[in-house]
Write a protein that binds this ligand. Structure first.
Ligand SMILES: [Zn+2]
Length: 313
Protein backbone atom coordinates (compact mmCIF):
# COMPACT_ATOMS: atom_id res chain seq x y z
CA UNK A 1 0.00 0.00 0.00
CA UNK A 2 1.46 3.34 -1.00
CA UNK A 3 0.88 6.70 0.72
CA UNK A 4 1.92 10.19 -0.24
CA UNK A 5 3.05 12.80 2.31
CA UNK A 6 3.22 16.52 1.59
CA UNK A 7 4.83 19.17 3.79
CA UNK A 8 3.94 22.74 2.84
CA UNK A 9 5.94 25.68 4.17
CA UNK A 10 5.89 29.38 3.38
CA UNK A 11 9.16 29.03 1.44
CA UNK A 12 9.34 25.43 0.24
CA UNK A 13 7.08 22.45 -0.16
CA UNK A 14 8.05 18.79 -0.28
CA UNK A 15 6.26 15.61 -1.20
CA UNK A 16 7.23 11.96 -1.10
CA UNK A 17 5.60 8.58 -1.73
CA UNK A 18 6.20 5.61 0.57
CA UNK A 19 5.49 1.89 0.62
CA UNK A 20 3.75 0.55 3.75
CA UNK A 21 6.01 0.38 6.79
CA UNK A 22 8.93 1.95 4.93
CA UNK A 23 10.44 5.36 5.60
CA UNK A 24 12.51 5.31 2.45
CA UNK A 25 10.71 7.39 -0.17
CA UNK A 26 9.89 5.79 -3.51
CA UNK A 27 10.00 9.29 -4.96
CA UNK A 28 10.81 12.58 -3.23
CA UNK A 29 10.53 16.06 -4.66
CA UNK A 30 10.84 19.60 -3.32
CA UNK A 31 10.03 22.95 -4.89
CA UNK A 32 9.67 26.59 -3.89
CA UNK A 33 6.19 27.45 -2.64
CA UNK A 34 6.08 30.77 -4.46
CA UNK A 35 7.04 31.38 -8.09
CA UNK A 36 5.61 34.05 -10.38
CA UNK A 37 4.46 31.65 -13.11
CA UNK A 38 1.97 29.64 -10.99
CA UNK A 39 -0.03 29.71 -7.75
CA UNK A 40 1.06 27.71 -4.69
CA UNK A 41 -1.98 25.43 -5.20
CA UNK A 42 -1.09 24.71 -8.83
CA UNK A 43 2.48 24.02 -7.78
CA UNK A 44 1.33 21.67 -5.07
CA UNK A 45 -0.88 19.67 -7.45
CA UNK A 46 2.04 19.38 -9.85
CA UNK A 47 4.39 18.37 -7.01
CA UNK A 48 2.08 15.53 -5.94
CA UNK A 49 1.94 14.27 -9.54
CA UNK A 50 5.74 14.13 -9.72
CA UNK A 51 6.03 11.79 -6.71
CA UNK A 52 3.09 9.56 -7.73
CA UNK A 53 4.64 6.19 -8.65
CA UNK A 54 3.76 5.35 -12.23
CA UNK A 55 0.74 3.09 -12.67
CA UNK A 56 0.27 2.64 -8.92
CA UNK A 57 -2.81 3.40 -6.87
CA UNK A 58 -2.46 5.45 -3.72
CA UNK A 59 -4.14 4.55 -0.44
CA UNK A 60 -4.09 8.05 1.04
CA UNK A 61 -2.53 11.47 1.04
CA UNK A 62 -1.44 13.37 4.16
CA UNK A 63 -0.68 17.08 4.03
CA UNK A 64 1.03 19.22 6.69
CA UNK A 65 0.20 22.92 6.33
CA UNK A 66 1.21 25.98 8.40
CA UNK A 67 -1.34 27.95 10.34
CA UNK A 68 -4.76 27.23 11.75
CA UNK A 69 -6.92 24.79 9.86
CA UNK A 70 -10.04 22.73 10.36
CA UNK A 71 -8.81 19.12 10.26
CA UNK A 72 -12.38 17.76 10.37
CA UNK A 73 -13.56 19.72 7.33
CA UNK A 74 -10.11 19.59 5.70
CA UNK A 75 -10.16 23.34 5.29
CA UNK A 76 -7.30 25.82 5.67
CA UNK A 77 -8.39 28.83 7.66
CA UNK A 78 -5.40 31.07 7.08
CA UNK A 79 -1.95 29.82 6.10
CA UNK A 80 0.53 32.59 6.93
CA UNK A 81 2.92 33.52 4.11
CA UNK A 82 0.96 31.63 1.45
CA UNK A 83 -1.05 34.03 -0.71
CA UNK A 84 -4.80 33.33 -0.99
CA UNK A 85 -4.76 30.26 1.24
CA UNK A 86 -7.66 31.52 3.31
CA UNK A 87 -10.80 29.44 3.84
CA UNK A 88 -9.40 27.05 1.29
CA UNK A 89 -11.17 23.64 1.12
CA UNK A 90 -7.88 21.91 0.35
CA UNK A 91 -9.01 18.38 1.19
CA UNK A 92 -11.95 18.62 -1.22
CA UNK A 93 -9.74 20.06 -3.95
CA UNK A 94 -7.21 17.24 -3.55
CA UNK A 95 -9.82 14.50 -3.28
CA UNK A 96 -11.61 15.78 -6.41
CA UNK A 97 -8.36 15.89 -8.30
CA UNK A 98 -6.67 12.66 -7.16
CA UNK A 99 -9.68 10.52 -6.10
CA UNK A 100 -7.97 9.31 -2.90
CA UNK A 101 -8.71 10.02 0.79
CA UNK A 102 -6.87 13.10 2.04
CA UNK A 103 -6.12 14.28 5.57
CA UNK A 104 -4.75 17.70 6.54
CA UNK A 105 -2.76 18.55 9.65
CA UNK A 106 -1.33 21.71 11.12
CA UNK A 107 2.46 21.69 10.60
CA UNK A 108 3.40 21.68 14.31
CA UNK A 109 0.82 18.98 15.06
CA UNK A 110 2.22 16.95 12.17
CA UNK A 111 5.78 17.43 13.43
CA UNK A 112 4.64 16.18 16.86
CA UNK A 113 3.23 13.05 15.20
CA UNK A 114 6.44 12.59 13.20
CA UNK A 115 8.65 12.87 16.30
CA UNK A 116 6.32 10.57 18.26
CA UNK A 117 6.22 7.81 15.67
CA UNK A 118 9.67 8.01 14.11
CA UNK A 119 11.82 10.46 16.09
CA UNK A 120 12.80 11.42 19.64
CA UNK A 121 9.42 10.34 21.01
CA UNK A 122 9.43 6.75 19.75
CA UNK A 123 7.89 4.42 22.33
CA UNK A 124 6.08 7.23 24.16
CA UNK A 125 2.29 7.48 24.27
CA UNK A 126 1.93 10.87 26.03
CA UNK A 127 4.01 13.58 24.43
CA UNK A 128 4.35 17.33 24.19
CA UNK A 129 6.22 18.82 21.24
CA UNK A 130 7.25 22.47 21.07
CA UNK A 131 8.97 23.99 18.07
CA UNK A 132 10.79 27.19 18.94
CA UNK A 133 11.76 29.09 15.80
CA UNK A 134 10.32 32.30 14.35
CA UNK A 135 7.23 31.55 16.45
CA UNK A 136 6.37 28.75 18.86
CA UNK A 137 4.27 25.90 17.50
CA UNK A 138 3.23 22.78 19.30
CA UNK A 139 1.45 19.47 19.30
CA UNK A 140 0.13 17.28 22.09
CA UNK A 141 -0.32 13.52 21.86
CA UNK A 142 -2.30 11.75 24.55
CA UNK A 143 -2.86 7.98 24.50
CA UNK A 144 -1.21 7.90 21.06
CA UNK A 145 -3.79 10.33 19.67
CA UNK A 146 -3.18 13.85 18.52
CA UNK A 147 -5.18 16.28 20.64
CA UNK A 148 -7.36 18.28 18.25
CA UNK A 149 -10.13 19.76 20.41
CA UNK A 150 -13.73 20.52 19.44
CA UNK A 151 -12.83 22.59 16.38
CA UNK A 152 -9.37 21.22 15.70
CA UNK A 153 -7.60 24.25 17.19
CA UNK A 154 -6.24 22.58 20.33
CA UNK A 155 -2.71 22.71 21.71
CA UNK A 156 -1.60 26.20 20.78
CA UNK A 157 0.93 26.02 23.58
CA UNK A 158 2.89 29.02 22.33
CA UNK A 159 -0.11 31.20 23.13
CA UNK A 160 -0.34 30.88 26.89
CA UNK A 161 0.30 33.97 28.99
CA UNK A 162 3.63 33.81 30.82
CA UNK A 163 4.23 37.54 31.39
CA UNK A 164 1.26 39.69 32.26
CA UNK A 165 1.21 42.85 30.11
CA UNK A 166 4.33 41.53 28.40
CA UNK A 167 5.37 42.13 24.78
CA UNK A 168 2.84 41.95 21.95
CA UNK A 169 2.41 38.49 20.46
CA UNK A 170 1.87 38.15 16.68
CA UNK A 171 -1.64 36.85 17.57
CA UNK A 172 -2.50 40.25 19.08
CA UNK A 173 -2.40 39.34 22.78
CA UNK A 174 0.21 40.43 25.32
CA UNK A 175 2.83 38.35 27.09
CA UNK A 176 2.29 35.00 25.39
CA UNK A 177 5.12 32.46 25.49
CA UNK A 178 5.75 33.09 21.78
CA UNK A 179 6.14 36.83 22.46
CA UNK A 180 8.92 36.29 25.02
CA UNK A 181 10.70 33.08 24.01
CA UNK A 182 10.51 32.56 20.22
CA UNK A 183 13.57 33.17 18.05
CA UNK A 184 12.05 36.50 17.04
CA UNK A 185 11.43 37.46 20.68
CA UNK A 186 15.00 36.50 21.65
CA UNK A 187 16.38 38.72 18.88
CA UNK A 188 14.16 41.70 19.82
CA UNK A 189 15.17 41.38 23.49
CA UNK A 190 18.89 41.37 22.62
CA UNK A 191 18.41 44.42 20.38
CA UNK A 192 16.72 46.24 23.27
CA UNK A 193 19.56 45.37 25.66
CA UNK A 194 22.18 46.49 23.11
CA UNK A 195 20.38 49.83 22.86
CA UNK A 196 20.86 50.09 26.64
CA UNK A 197 24.65 49.54 26.13
CA UNK A 198 24.71 45.98 27.49
CA UNK A 199 28.21 44.52 26.98
CA UNK A 200 28.29 42.13 24.02
CA UNK A 201 30.22 41.18 20.90
CA UNK A 202 26.98 41.77 18.98
CA UNK A 203 26.63 45.21 17.45
CA UNK A 204 23.75 47.57 18.26
CA UNK A 205 21.62 49.34 15.65
CA UNK A 206 20.89 46.44 13.34
CA UNK A 207 18.30 43.69 13.08
CA UNK A 208 19.60 40.44 14.57
CA UNK A 209 18.49 36.87 14.02
CA UNK A 210 18.19 34.09 16.56
CA UNK A 211 20.82 32.16 14.57
CA UNK A 212 23.37 34.98 15.07
CA UNK A 213 22.51 35.15 18.77
CA UNK A 214 22.78 31.40 19.15
CA UNK A 215 26.22 31.43 17.47
CA UNK A 216 27.37 34.30 19.73
CA UNK A 217 26.10 32.40 22.77
CA UNK A 218 28.07 29.30 21.74
CA UNK A 219 31.14 31.54 21.57
CA UNK A 220 30.53 32.72 25.11
CA UNK A 221 28.94 36.13 24.51
CA UNK A 222 27.35 37.05 27.86
CA UNK A 223 24.33 38.91 26.45
CA UNK A 224 23.54 36.20 23.88
CA UNK A 225 23.81 33.54 26.58
CA UNK A 226 21.55 35.56 28.89
CA UNK A 227 18.97 35.84 26.09
CA UNK A 228 18.84 32.06 25.52
CA UNK A 229 18.71 31.41 29.28
CA UNK A 230 15.89 33.94 29.67
CA UNK A 231 13.88 32.29 26.89
CA UNK A 232 14.57 28.87 28.43
CA UNK A 233 13.27 30.04 31.79
CA UNK A 234 9.97 31.19 30.26
CA UNK A 235 9.67 27.95 28.28
CA UNK A 236 10.30 25.93 31.46
CA UNK A 237 7.70 27.96 33.34
CA UNK A 238 5.14 27.21 30.63
CA UNK A 239 6.10 23.53 30.43
CA UNK A 240 5.49 23.15 34.18
CA UNK A 241 1.91 24.27 33.51
CA UNK A 242 1.64 21.87 30.56
CA UNK A 243 2.82 19.00 32.80
CA UNK A 244 -0.04 19.75 35.18
CA UNK A 245 -2.54 19.64 32.34
CA UNK A 246 -1.26 16.78 30.19
CA UNK A 247 1.13 14.69 32.37
CA UNK A 248 3.30 13.59 29.42
CA UNK A 249 6.22 11.14 29.63
CA UNK A 250 8.31 13.19 27.21
CA UNK A 251 8.66 16.85 26.23
CA UNK A 252 10.44 17.42 22.92
CA UNK A 253 11.78 20.82 21.91
CA UNK A 254 12.45 21.35 18.21
CA UNK A 255 12.94 24.31 15.89
CA UNK A 256 16.01 26.45 15.23
CA UNK A 257 16.36 27.74 18.80
CA UNK A 258 16.60 24.14 20.10
CA UNK A 259 19.94 23.85 18.30
CA UNK A 260 21.38 25.76 21.26
CA UNK A 261 21.12 22.37 22.99
CA UNK A 262 22.13 22.30 26.64
CA UNK A 263 22.35 26.08 26.80
CA UNK A 264 18.57 26.15 26.27
CA UNK A 265 17.62 22.86 27.95
CA UNK A 266 19.36 23.53 31.28
CA UNK A 267 17.36 26.68 32.12
CA UNK A 268 14.20 25.01 30.77
CA UNK A 269 14.79 22.14 33.18
CA UNK A 270 15.59 24.24 36.24
CA UNK A 271 12.63 26.55 35.59
CA UNK A 272 10.35 23.56 35.11
CA UNK A 273 11.53 22.13 38.45
CA UNK A 274 10.98 25.48 40.11
CA UNK A 275 7.40 25.90 38.86
CA UNK A 276 6.01 22.38 38.99
CA UNK A 277 3.36 21.73 41.69
CA UNK A 278 5.09 18.58 42.92
CA UNK A 279 8.04 16.50 41.86
CA UNK A 280 5.91 13.50 40.82
CA UNK A 281 5.24 15.25 37.53
CA UNK A 282 8.98 15.00 36.83
CA UNK A 283 9.29 11.29 37.68
CA UNK A 284 10.33 9.44 34.52
CA UNK A 285 9.83 12.60 32.47
CA UNK A 286 12.21 12.96 29.55
CA UNK A 287 13.08 16.45 28.31
CA UNK A 288 14.93 16.34 25.03
CA UNK A 289 15.52 18.01 21.68
CA UNK A 290 13.83 16.85 18.47
CA UNK A 291 15.65 14.37 16.27
CA UNK A 292 14.00 14.62 12.85
CA UNK A 293 14.87 18.25 12.09
CA UNK A 294 13.25 19.43 8.85
CA UNK A 295 11.89 15.95 8.20
CA UNK A 296 9.42 16.07 11.12
CA UNK A 297 6.58 17.70 9.14
CA UNK A 298 6.88 15.29 6.22
CA UNK A 299 7.07 12.30 8.57
CA UNK A 300 3.98 13.60 10.38
CA UNK A 301 2.11 13.97 7.09
CA UNK A 302 2.98 10.34 6.39
CA UNK A 303 1.58 9.32 9.80
CA UNK A 304 -1.59 11.29 8.98
CA UNK A 305 -1.92 9.52 5.64
CA UNK A 306 -1.37 6.09 7.16
CA UNK A 307 -3.62 6.58 10.13
CA UNK A 308 -6.26 8.97 8.74
CA UNK A 309 -6.96 10.40 12.20
CA UNK A 310 -9.79 12.71 11.25
CA UNK A 311 -11.64 9.94 9.40
CA UNK A 312 -11.76 7.89 12.59
CA UNK A 313 -13.18 10.64 14.76
ZN1 LIG B 1 -0.13 34.75 21.03
Amino acid sequence: MIHIAVDVGGTRMRAASYQSSSLKPIKLSRINTKQPESTPLERMLELITTVWPEGESIAGLGVAVPGPLDPFEGKIIDAPNIPNWENLPLRQILEDRFKVPVVLGNDANSAALGECKFGAGMGHHHLIYLTVSTGIGSGVIIDDKLLLGASGFASELGHVTVLRDGPLCPCGQLGHLEAVASGTAIARWVEGELDQDAPSTLLPGKRLTAIEISAAAQNGDPLAKAAIVRAGEFIGQAIADFLHVFNPSIVIIGGGVSQSGRLLLEPVKSSMQKHVMNSHFLDNLLLTTASLGDEAGLMGALVLAREMHTKES
